[in-house]
Structures are given as structure tokens and as C-alpha cells.
Design a protein around this ligand. Structure first.
Ligand code: GLV
Length: 397
């Protein structure tokens, strides 16, 4: 079988020079260098997305950007942040601020983790290796996808000192699944993130239209697939892979089985209801990621932020992370005020990667961190511990 379709993006950086970091305690300001380069520097995640759209082949951009069905849930993930407003406190001394926190006992510089996303080498040649190095620099946790285009071991070697977690898809071949877990343990990953919302892949019209296939040289490295299966028009290579290789029969009993394989803290990613959160707490998982898979699984599903309060209420001692729609520091503030320990970002990192490789990811993470820092200051929060439920209320109608 030959790889088909999707070309890789062209080589070479397209990011204009970065504004002088010292000149901007908060937001980016255009610098002389950027003006000379003829393009204003990207100052928001939307700017990075626009650059990625320009740079990436259509089917790669659509794969990353798209959702399932009518993409209603995809839009809702973003909209949900507008249904809450902030209640900032004033006259608080915020001259000395600290965004650091811990997740599963690991210190991070800010409560923004990097979500697992597949095949990052479609965005840029170094893919997951670039992301790992940028996360290490920024001081946050990268979650590596099972269906990454770099191996568990390569990513560990790219940033050996950095904390990283491994996202797991349970495969029909349980020997392969066990092997993935054991490789992650051996390579020093310190958390296991089991995705629980993907018994089959959601129907993604963009990918079906594009007959989504992996570009030459980009495959599912961890499972030894050099490229995705070739499919009929109207189908997606990734959907075919998931259909044939991944296990739709996974239940809570398999969660127990996974726990027996290793001592890593376990996070369930894809929980959206109090009912499932309560079971997760009962079986004593360590963390829950409230997520609808970036709007890529069941369209019509509740927005991640809307599901957060009920999951937090039912989650007992589990840590809770919010994944979906985070684009601004104020979004992080709202999610934390509603009870999340941290958020995860997926697409923003892909946009940074496509726009400028490792440097692009570093800039995206810095931009989000600076945005959070400014939001905290203006809201009267000196530390993450100062972010409480009083900071938000439903938006007036
Ligand atoms: C993979 O996890 C995807 O959502 O495509």
C-alpha cells in the first residue's frame, strides 16, 4: 500500500521576528523588526490559526481544525466561555504574581497543559519533538498522543528532563496496548491519560471530503504504522484505522486492567457527566479531563466548559482539567474559577507549530501565559490559589 495525498508543508520559517519580550510585560507590541519584515507579528491564537491556515495543505488544516457533524459542539466549546463573566476584585496588591501550580504532583509554571493531538509532523517537520522541547522550555506538561508521528522514546529523548504524560488508545491487540504502556513507563512518562470518548471516530465531513490520508513520511510511529490506510472516496484514513485497530469494547473493567499494568497516575479524558465522574472517583482514578475531544466526536454534545461544574461536583478527590475552546487567559481564569485544576490546549499548539515550529509553540505558550498573568492581575488574583468561585457568574441575558 502506498501513502497518498496530503503533501507536507513547505520548509522555512514564516514567523516575523518576535517583539522584544522585555518591552511587553503583558501583551505583544509590534516591534521594529516585525514592521521591517512587512507583517505584523501574531498577537493572538486566532492570528496563529490564520498563519497555519495559509501555510498548511488543505487536508492537514481541515483535519486539525475540524469537528464532527455540523461542528456545533466545536463552536459551543468556544461560545461557552462567553456565557460566564468575571467579577474582578480591585485594590489588591498584585505587584508580585505567581502562576505556578502542580498537576498530579508535578510542578508547572502555569496551569495550561498541552493536550494530546495526533500526527504533529503534518504541521511541521519536527512535529512532537518540537512541541516537547517548547513545553520543556515553558515549564509545562506535554501529553503525547498514542497516534503521534514521533515515538514515545524519541519524544522522551527530545526533552529528557521535562515532565510528560502519555495518552492511550486501547487497541484490540491488548499485547500492543500493554506494550505502549510499558514503553511509556520505561521512557519516564509520569502520567497515563486514557481517552474514553472514542469507541469509534466521530464522523468528520471535512476529512471524508478530503479522503484524509497521512502525508508521505508521516505515520503513526508508536504503533508501527508508516501511513494511514488508503480509503475509498468519502472515507477517512484515520477513521479506518480506528475502526480496524482500536477497541470499541472498552469498559470500566479495562480501567482496572490498566491500573494493574503500571503505577502511573491515571487520568480519564473525555468525561462529561456527573454520573461518569462519580464512577471515576469511586474507582480512584487520579484525574479527569472534561472534554468532548475538541468537538471532534459526538456533535451535539455539551460544551466542555458547560459540563465542568457538574463533573467538579462529582469528582471527589480527583484533579479535574478542562479541555476545549481555551484561547485566552481569561478563559483559563473562568475554567479555574469553575473548579478546574488546569486547562489543556490542543489546536493553539498546532497553530504555533505550523506557523513557526518549536519557536512557534514556545511563542503560543508564552502568549497564553502572559495573557493569564495579565488577566489574574486585573482580576485581583496574585496566585492560582486566589482564583475562586466568586470570580465568575453567569453572563447577564
Ligand atoms: C484523534 O484523536 C483525533 O481526534 O483525530
Amino acid at each position: 500500500m502506498k501513502p497518498t495525498g496530503t503533501p507536507v508543508p513547505p520548509e522555512g520559517p514564516i514567523l516575523p521576528p518576535e517583539p522584544d519580550a522585555a518591552a511587553r510585560p503583558g501583551r505583544a507590541v509590534p516591534a521594529a523588526g516585525a514592521a521591517a519584515a512587512g507583517k505584523p507579528p501574531p498577537v493572538s491564537i486566532d492570528d496563529y490559526e490564520a498563519m497555519a491556515r495559509e501555510r498548511l495543505p488543505r487536508s492537514a488544516f481541515d483535519y486539525y481544525a475540524g469537528g464532527s457533524g455540523e461542528e456545533w459542539t466545536l463552536r459551543e466549546n468556544r461560545e461557552a466561555f462567553h456565557r460566564w463573566v468575571l467579577r474582578p476584585r480591585v485594590l489588591v496588591d498584585v505587584s508580585d504574581r505567581d502562576m505556578s501550580t502542580t498537576v498530579l504532583g508535578t510542578s508547572v509554571a502555569f496551569p495550561i497543559l498541552v493536550a494530546p493531538t495526533a500526527m504533529q509532523r503534518m504541521a511541521e517537520r519536527e512535529g512532537e519533538l518540537a512541541t516537547a522541547r517548547a513545553c520543556a522550555d515553558a515549564g509545562t506538561v506535554m501529553v503525547l498522543s498514542t497516534i503521534a508521528s514521533a515515538t514515545i522514546e524519541e519524544v522522551a529523548a527530545a526533552a529528557p528532563e521535562a515532565p510528560r504524560w502519555f495518552q492511550l488508545y486501547v487497541h484490540r491487540d491488548r499485547g500492543l496496548t500493554q506494550d505502549l504502556v510499558e514503553r511509556a513507563v520505561a521512557a519516564g512518562y509520569s502520567g497515563l491519560v486514557l481517552t474514553v470518548d472514542t469507541p469509534v471516530l466521530g464522523i468528520r465531513d471535512r476529512d471524508s471530503r478530503n479522503r484524509f490520508a497521512s502525508p508521505p513520511g508521516v505515520g503513526l510511529s508508536n504503533v508501527g504504522a508508516r501511513f494511514l490506510p488508503e480509503v475509498e472516496p468519502g472515507d477517512s484514513g484515520l477513521a479506518a484505522y480506528v475502526r480496524t485497530m482500536q477497541d470499541p469494547s472498552v469498559t470500566w473493567e479495562d480501567v482496572e486492567w490498566l491500573r494493574s499494568l503500571c503505577d502511573l497516575p491515571l487520568v480519564l479524558k473525555g468525561v462529561l457527566t456527573a454520573e461518569d465522574a462519580a464512577i471515576a472517583a469511586e474507582v480512584e482514578v487520579d484525574g479527569i479531563a472534561v472534554s468532548n475531544h475538541g468537538g471532534r466526536q459526538l456533535d451535539g454534545t455539551i460544551a466542555a466548559l458547560d459540563a465542568l461544574p457538574e463533573v467538579v461536583d462529582a469528582s471527589g478527590p480527583c484533579e479535574v482539567y478542562l479541555d476545549g475552546g481555551v484561547r485566552r487567559g481569561s478563559d483559563v481564569l473562568k475554567a479555574l474559577a469553575l473548579g478546574a485544576n488546569a486547562v489543556m490546549v490542543g489546536r493553539p499548539v498546532l497553530w504555533g507549530l505550523a506557523a513557526g515550529g518549536e519557536d512557534g509553540v514556545r511563542r503560543v505558550l508564552r502568549l497564553l501565559a502572559q495573557d493569564l498573568d495579565v488577566a489574574m492581575a486585573i482580576a485581583g488574583c496574585r496566585t492560582i490559589g486566589d482564583i475562586s468561585a466568586d470570580l465568575v457568574r453567569p453572563a447577564p441575558r
